[in-house]
Design a protein around this ligand. Sequence first.
Ligand SMILES: Nc1ncnc2c1ncn2[C@@H]1O[C@H](COP(=O)(O)OP(=O)(O)OP(=O)(O)O)[C@@H](O)[C@H]1O
Length: 567
Amino acid sequence: MMNPRNGLTAQILHLLRPYWPIVLGGIVLGVVGGASVAGLLAVVNRGLYATQGDVATLLSAFAGLCLLILIGSIGADISANYVGQRIIAELRKSLAAKILAAPIDQLEIYRTHRLIPVLTQDVDTISDFAFFFSSFFVSLIITIGCMVYLAVLSWPLFLITGLVIVLGSLAHAFARTRGVRGFNAARDSEDELQKHYRAIAEGAKELRLNRARRQRVYVEQLQRTVDRISAVQVKSINLFVTARALGTMLFFVVIGVALTLRPFLWPDSPAAVSSGFVLVLLYMRGPIDQVIGILPSLGRAQVAMRRIADLSEQFSTPEQDLLVAPSTAPDGSRRIEAIELRGVSYGFRAVPGSEPFVLGPIDLHVRRGDIVFIVGENGSGKTTLIKLLLGLYAPHGGTLLRDGRPVETATRDDYRQLFTTIFSDYYLFEDLLQGAGMVPDVAERYLKRLEVAHKVSVENGVFTTTDLSTGQRKRLALMNAWLEERPVLVFDEWAADQDPAFRHIFYTELLPDLKRMGKTIIVISHDDRYFGVADHLVRLRHGKVIAGEAVAHEVIKSSSVPTNASL
Ligand SMILES: Nc1ncnc2c1ncn2[C@@H]1O[C@H](COP(=O)(O)OP(=O)(O)OP(=O)(O)O)[C@@H](O)[C@H]1O
């Protein structure tokens, strides 16, 4: 979308391109409004020296110009505001699309605590700027109109005023360069602050139980970061405020000096020139103040835009066609006979202070209807292996095959639609995608089977509540998995949060039931008691398969555990 190396102006122009007719209309109306203000000042100035005969003409000119100012400024404001809000909407959609289509490993590297401030804070900063931009634009046009009137009144006074504006702008340019540096530093610290906020929200229980850590997080981390942001912001804003005050003062100095020196420098100039000059300068102070007042917002918007451009750059290699509406899949397209990893390997980027983890090369063959357990110690690469198997990570070496055909970039998303997965850090969506067409008693039956029907039901395709225990929430995730009716189910330590009785049911009843339904099942498990349920056991150590063994089918007795009706 944007190249961070491009200037802010280029980025703004890029965003404005689709709206150029409205922008152009707004500019024309702004110019009409600005020129009318200058005209109005000229009429007022002439009115000061008017004879009785001029009054009627001046009054009608006054009324006409007032009307033009009204139309011009309202029209320019409305169009600038519309364009500003549309740009924000486009920005929000485009960022969401980039995140939805970004390769999973890129998202994992970027980290949530950095992602959220860009989506919220940076986009809001640009939104604030867009809101002020319309008045900035109208004020700028008025200032230009006033300068044109000054040029008509007197060239020397125009040049002097121009010089003052140039000097003021230089002071502001200096303030802006320094200020933006400050805003940049503050924005860096905002990412850190976000991390601390997440720690106090998500780690609330842990912090309540540990006074020393609570104190450290609050005083040494959170307060220190907040104070640093505040100090940097104060310093930057002070620069802008000082530059603004100096600019205003320069104006009065110019008025004073020009009026004092007028009798010596321009003894022949008429009084109307002096009064017109004073009138214009005094009037211009308001719009110029407004133009200058927006500079801190402009500085912040510049920093925010750079962040957004940086995020866009990070996610500039999206997976193709991920957001294209799905066509109805032809019958049978959801069938799969075999999944194969052939010499597949994947390496994470090195984390400072530790060896980079490399998985593979791995050969693995999963046939339709198999129950495959992936087991091994913590950090041995089980989750990484299933991410490769699911097509979430593209292999760095080797090939992933579906029914003997390689899964390529173009077919990877289709391939992924074969799976329903419950990760250990799964996200439970409250609405069931199939909910609308689902018969309520089907949902009821599943919920009963999962022993959560007394806590939750499905109304209009949405769970009535998800405020449940961790184990119960995981059962709802399993219900979603059933309803999706995909041929391959992947469970990443699903049973870890279940009580022994339901864990037993999961391994000895639900998995065999699903197998009977023709599902292929891949389970990451540490429950060695139930390894016998698997047709194949894949044991990992340090990223390598140490045994891919067929397991003698050992039936685990479920005598002491209550059983439910079959699905
Ligand atoms: N995003 C990442 N960046 C760098 N290294 C990573 C990343 N994700 C995982 N790793 C490393 O890869 C290794 C394997 O991780 P993985 O999550 O696959 O292990 P696992 O066998 O599923 O572990 P567990 O049983 O604890 O869930 C670990 O050593 C981990 O540090």
